[in-house]
Write a new protein. Structure first.
Length: 316
């Protein structure tokens, strides 16, 4: 063992497990994972007190107590501290955590345009990384993509395309892409998460269903294994590449994406990746008919979970 690593993260559909697994496999450290948890009021009087504190004193008691609970769990020293969503801790406590190591690092998995409140946290870390190439340049921090964390070359499929997302403004585009696939005789399994019942003015297209409960990240992988194609519909506010693109790489599957930036990366191959634009009306028959082309070994390994972990921790 090379020491002890503290990993702090939010529990976003279980995504933290992917990072935790990577640290345990490739860091050579004993890993302590601490998830941010919202403080729940223990007494009704606390709620009234916090209302007064937030509006008059500009101090959020809930966040103070949540930060205190986290720091109370920690050791005095770590060989590495790695954080995602550092804004979940108040600045005072964030500083206390990063002082417990000589090797602190942070990963911003969302863009600063979307979460500007994370920008002031950069100064607390020795090394800062972001998946957004524009943020990296604008704030002089390290650019690193997401990574693939599961490898498989399954040849038996249950459907041609599986896609899981939240129900939002992307719905009309999702319907359009599903229709384009179905017109080619392809089977889709598209599941859109919405905690509230969705009222549509027209019947829901075949191959698209709404779900009331989110599907954990690791379970999603099992569905994706059974799909011939992977779909990635990025949000306009995002400039970096989503995990979905690298999941397709690790699974050796063709990708349909709406993110035009993908063509600027060294792994881009038009045989494997089709970029859907506002002008796209159909999917080329040769893209759907031809097999996936494996990447050169050096490029493929560059985007592995192992390489990502060793890069952000600065270990060999």
């Amino acid at each position: 063992m090379k020491g002890k690593l503290l990993f702090l993260c939010t529990d976003y559909y279980g995504l933290y497990k992917i990072f935790e697994e990577g640290f345990k496999k490739y860091s050579g450290c004993e890993v302590q994972t601490v998830l941010y948890k919202r403080y729940q009021y223990e007494k009704k009087s606390e709620k009234l007190l916090n209302f007064f504190s937030k509006n008059i004193l500009r101090s959020d008691i809930k966040k103070v107590k949540a930060s205190q609970r986290i720091t109370a769990q920690l050791d005095a020293h770590y060989d590495h501290v790695f954080m995602i969503c550092p804004d979940e801790l108040l600045p005072k406590y964030l500083g206390e955590v990063t002082k417990r190591t000589e090797n602190s690092a942070v990963y911003y998995w969302d863009g600063f345009d979307n979460f500007p409140k994370t920008i002031p946290t950069i100064k607390y870390f020795k090394r800062a990384f972001t998946f957004d190439p524009v943020d990296a340049k604008d704030y002089n921090i390290n650019f690193i993509t997401n990574f693939y964390f599961y490898e498989d070359r399954q040849k038996e499929y249950d459907y041609d395309l599986f896609f899981l997302a939240t129900y939002d403004v992307r719905f009309p585009l999702i319907k359009k892409i599903a229709k384009a696939l179905q017109e080619k005789g392809k089977k889709t399994d598209i599941r859109l998460y919405s905690p509230k019942k969705v009222e549509l003015q027209e019947p829901l297209p075949n191959g698209i269903t709404f779900i009331e409960n989110p599907i954990p990240f690791d379970v999603t992988q099992e569905y994706m294994k059974k799909s011939r194609l992977i779909l990635d519909i990025h949000k306009d506010i995002h400039r970096g590449l989503s995990f979905r693109i690298f999941e397709a790489m690790g699974l050796g599957k063709k990708l349909i994406t709406t993110n035009p930036d993908v063509v600027n990366y060294d792994f881009y191959n038009p045989n494997n990746i089709f970029v859907w634009t506002d002008e796209t009306e159909f999917l080329p028959a040769d893209f759907l008919a031809t097999p996936y082309e494996e990447l050169p070994d050096d490029i493929y390994k560059k985007y592995s979970q192992e390489n990502w972990v060793k890069t952000v921790l600065n270990i060999s």
